[in-house]
Unconditional design. Structure first.
Lengths: 235, 162
């Protein structure tokens, strides 16, 4: 396998597999690059094999046994900044708010889109202009298990598959999906389409429908779905 | 970092750490021990984890630095296989052996940060922007360092062909 100059690094692919943030451009590249897809599949197999043999509890025992004893206050001082940071993020994400049901055509599913820009995390606003580096995170609520596909369409009909749930997402109340996306430096508006289906979706049909969509209009895609939502990302 | 966080981090990122330790130290006991060392360092220095970097990036940096220390203890500089392909067209066994000797020469005198940058470039296939974040160098400085390294590699490879 040859890695071309435009190919994604292992860091990006590991980030994707760990559910971290990847950019829209990186997702689009992965979509069209056989080498990167092959490398991702290789890393995924390696990761699955690791997870089958990994014993996290025993590993934690072994690691923590090597940690020298410290006074309790010292441990607290050491972990406090990270812990407080994590708590702040959780508080941001979990702040109770009414669900954004009006964006969902169909029931019983609701979604919220949150955007982290610099050190601020705010709920998506249609009239806000977003910039490269802003990270998008989706939260969903569903009364029954459902498959979710997220497609990004740029003005001009360029469509990319951003996310496809690994099987049906469980029924949940305000659950984060295990993927976020970082906007690239483009200036054209983009539209995200969230398509919930009972069974595994036909990705090609979804992408074809997305390519025909008018980014300026908040219409659902012409595909069979239990529910759909859409967000315009103004730049 | 508490026990539950450590277990979660290991489950999520252990495969990547283990793969890179194997690539840098070889597929043996030393690499397995190094995985524990990486996570021990993560537990001890959880306060250094800055919110803007992802756990994956943070663990990449820890793994690289600890493996470079271990390689230095072994009197090795970076895994020679990593840079040998720059010095040969992948032909004969003799050619590869010679390339490995040249690779050792190539790596001599490089500081830790440059060696880390070379690992990120040739092991992980990172872009200069990604390497700049991990090494803390400006894009310009990094370009000069890698450019100089590649020019030396090319000169050594040309010498080998003659």
């Amino acid at each position: 396998m040859t890695r071309g100059p435009e190919c994604l690094s292992d860091l990006v692919l590991d980030e994707k597999l760990a559910g971290g943030a990847v950019t829209v451009a990186q997702v689009a590249h992965l979509d069209g690059c056989e080498n990167c897809r092959a490398r991702l599949a290789e890393l995924e197999r390696d990761r699955e094999a690791f997870q089958k043999r990994a014993r996290p509890a025993a590993f934690a025992d072994a690691v923590l046994a090597q940690r020298p004893p410290r006074r309790r206050w010292a441990i607290w001082v050491a972990i406090a900044p990270a812990a407080l940071g994590a708590m702040a993020v959780v508080a941001m994400w979990m702040r109770p708010r009414p669900l954004d049901g009006e964006r969902v055509k169909g029931a019983p599913v609701a979604v919220e889109l949150w955007v982290r820009s610099g050190d601020k995390t705010e709920r998506y606003a249609e009239d806000h202009h977003y910039k490269g580096g802003d990270a998008l995170q989706l939260i969903y609520s569903a009364r029954a298990p459902s498959h979710l596909t997220v497609i990004d369409v740029e003005q001009g009909g360029k469509a990319a598959l951003l996310y496809r749930s690994d099987g049906a997402l469980p029924a949940a109340n305000r659950r984060r999906i295990d993927q976020s996306w970082v906007l690239d430096a483009g200036t054209n508006p983009e539209r995200l389409y969230l398509v919930f289906t009972d069974g595994a979706p036909d990705e090609n049909s979804l992408l074809d429908a997305a390519k025909r969509a008018d980014v300026a209009r908040p219409d659902p895609l012409a595909v069979p779905a239990t529910a759909q939502a859409t967000f315009l990302i103004a730049r | 970092m508490d026990r539950a966080e450590l277990e979660a981090l290991y489950t999520k990122s252990g495969a990547a750490v283990e793969r890179r330790c194997r690539a840098l130290l070889g597929d043996g006991e030393e690499a397995r021990d190094m995985v524990q060392e990486v996570f021990l360092r993560a537990v001890r220095h959880a306060d250094e984890f800055r919110g803007e970097a992802s756990p994956t990036t943070w663990l990449y940096r820890i793994t690289t630095n600890l493996c470079l220390n271990r390689l230095r203890d072994r009197k090795a500089l970076v895994p020679i296989d990593l840079v040998a392909p720059l010095l040969t067209d992948g032909g004969s066994v003799e050619g590869r052996t010679a390339a490995k000797e040249k690779a050792a020469e190539l790596m001599e005198g490089l500081d830790d940060r440059t060696r880390a940058a070379i690992i990120y470039r040739y092991l992980d296939g990172m872009t200069q922007d990604e390497i700049a974040v991990l090494t803390g160098w400006s894009r310009k400085t990094l370009g000069k360092k890698l450019g100089s390294f590649e020019a030396r590699a090319l000169a050594l490879a040309e010498g080998e062909k003659r």
